[in-house]
Design a protein around this ligand. Structure first.
Ligand code: ADP
Length: 243
């Protein structure tokens, strides 16, 4: 009978899962606490005494920012937990990665322009056909482009697509704050945010790149990050090319 080792293995697995669960709950609580504390503080101050209509309006719009942040966190968490328990269904269709990304990049011209950043797209002359779920694929590049713009104060964000053998490869590069070498292994982890990122942008939750990785892997692809602090970052996403 080989039951001994099998049982102890599953006990170890169970313990590991429990530890992860506890860590997850701790991370979620921590992430929710900041917006909730700000929300409470703002409401308390607004209620301290009689205010003008303008002051109430101001307090409500500040509260709305925090509520939107909380909604984003809960939507992202819901997606990730559904994803890890196999409850996200993808509907795959054939599409050209180059054409798809060209259209997605165009949607970011306004936010990039508002920050004074150059936004460039370089497609591939050869087709880059892949099997993908359109809305999930869009989410991948929206998250990467939002980050690139968010963490770049000056310079450029550039997106390129090329076919490399049996892979269709997309890169999203920026000339922003960058990521320290010791942080690179963690950027795709749930809730990871560097101090540099926290200083640059308070509204993040560290879930965007976990979602990117989940979606890319659900497409049998891979994603990786390279970066130099103070010079910029590059995210490379590879998908199997079909046909
Ligand atoms: P968020 O942006 O909400 O913090 P993400 O999961 O999208 O969460 O990113 C995780 C972390 O990875 C960020 O907080 C930041 O530290 C780092 N990061 C991601 N993209 C970039 C980028 N383009 N430039 C610099 N740092 C980045």
């Amino acid at each position: 009978m080989k039951e001994g080792p099998a049982v102890s293995h599953s006990e170890a697995e169970l313990e590991k899962r429990e530890r992860e669960q506890a860590q997850f709950v701790a991370d979620v609580s921590h992430e929710l606490r900041t917006p909730l504390t700000i929300l409470r503080g703002g409401i308390e101050v607004a209620l301290e005494r009689e205010r003008s209509a303008d002051e109430y309006r101001q307090a409500l719009s500040e509260a709305l920012v925090e509520v939107q942040h909380l909604i984003r966190i809960s939507e992202n968490l819901l997606f990730l937990t559904r994803g890890s328990s196999g409850r996200v269904t993808l509907s795959f269709e054939r599409l050209d990665l180059s054409r798809f990304l060209e259209a997605t990049v165009r949607e970011f011209e306004t936010p990039a322009g508002e920050k004074g950043l150059t936004l460039a797209f370089r497609g591939d002359d050869r087709p880059a056909p892949i099997l993908a779920d359109r809305s999930r694929l869009k989410q991948v590049f929206v998250n990467l482009l939002e980050n690139a713009i968010r963490y770049t104060e000056r310079g450029s964000v550039s997106v390129a697509v090329e076919s490399r053998g049996d892979r269709a490869v997309a890169t999203v590069a920026d000339s922003g704050v960058g990521i320290a070498p010791e942080e690179i292994p963690f950027v795709f982890d749930r809730f990871f945010r560097s101090d540099r990122a926290r200083r640059a942008y308070r509204g993040g939750s560290g879930l965007g790149l976990s979602i990117v990785r989940w979606i890319v892997e659900a497409h049998r692809g891979q994603v990786r990050a390279e970066s130099r602090v103070g010079q910029g970052s590059r995210f490379t996403v590879e998908f199997p090319r079909i046909g």
